[in-house]
Design a protein around this ligand. Structure first.
Ligand code: G3P
Length: 218
């Protein structure tokens, strides 16, 4: 299972990378805006800075919604750094753009996936990753994890090589359920990622070990 961090915040990326278990980074226009990264030149510099910080794929999203615009933006993003994966929305134009970018050997991440139908289309177009947004599905009172389950089944039926990148992660439980089902990648904010380590018995046990050691030393 691969762990990506879902942020454009450099200090969070550095902190996750320091754990030694980080495999990649995903961003989106909202995450870039949250960091105050505006203007084409600054956006491009920021993507490059992320690529230089970590050893792994970095998803950078296109803003265009028309086919030609998505393809030309995708080429530009991919040209920035070999680690860039071009994030393209699961629309009709997006699927066509993914097909074209895949033909050119450019890696893509089909984003805003909310159904297994969209996931099939993305895989058939040759997307490297698909990003089902499980937290946003849960927010609508549907079950995001069951979408991951369906996708794992469908992809395995046909041997699709597209990797399932579970996104819109809200908590540790989401990560663990994705792991049980067999999602290839989980992209998470820093808090749930670090939350995987939390257990009160570890804290209590360590305190007791250290107290006993201190006592024994006199
Ligand atoms: O990067 C895409 C996705 O992870 C967004 O998550 O929390 O905005 O639904 P969220």
């Amino acid at each position: 299972m691969k762990f990506f961090i879902d942020t454009a915040n450099l200090s969070e990326i550095r902190e996750a990378d320091a754990l030694g278990v980080l495999d990649g980074v995903t961003t989106n226009p909202s995450l870039m805006a949250k960091e105050g990264i505006t203007g084409d030149a600054r956006v491009m510099e920021h993507y490059k800075a992320i690529c230089e910080m970590i050893d792994g794929p970095v998803s950078a999203e296109v803003i265009a919604t028309d086919y030609e615009g998505m393809v030309s933006e995708g080429r530009k993003l991919a040209g920035l750094h070999p680690q860039i994966v071009v994030k393209v929305p699961a629309t009709e134009n997006g699927i066509k753009a993914i097909k074209q970018l895949a033909k050119e050997g450019i890696k893509t991440n089909c984003t805003l996936i909310f159904s297994s139908g969209q996931a099939i289309m993305a895989a058939k177009a040759g997307a490297t990753y698909v990003s089902p947004f499980i937290g946003r599905i849960d927010d609508m009172n549907y079950d995001g994890i069951s979408l991951i389950d369906q996708m794992v089944g469908i992809y395995s039926n046909y041997g699709f090589q597209t990797q399932i990148l579970a996104a819109s992660i809200r908590n540790v439980k989401h990560i663990l359920e994705c792991a049980e089902i067999g999602a290839d990648v989980v992209t998470s904010p820093l808090k749930p990622l670090k939350g995987l380590l939390n257990h009160p018995l570890t804290t209590i046990g360590l305190e007791k070990f250290l107290a006993d050691h201190k006592k024994a030393q006199g």
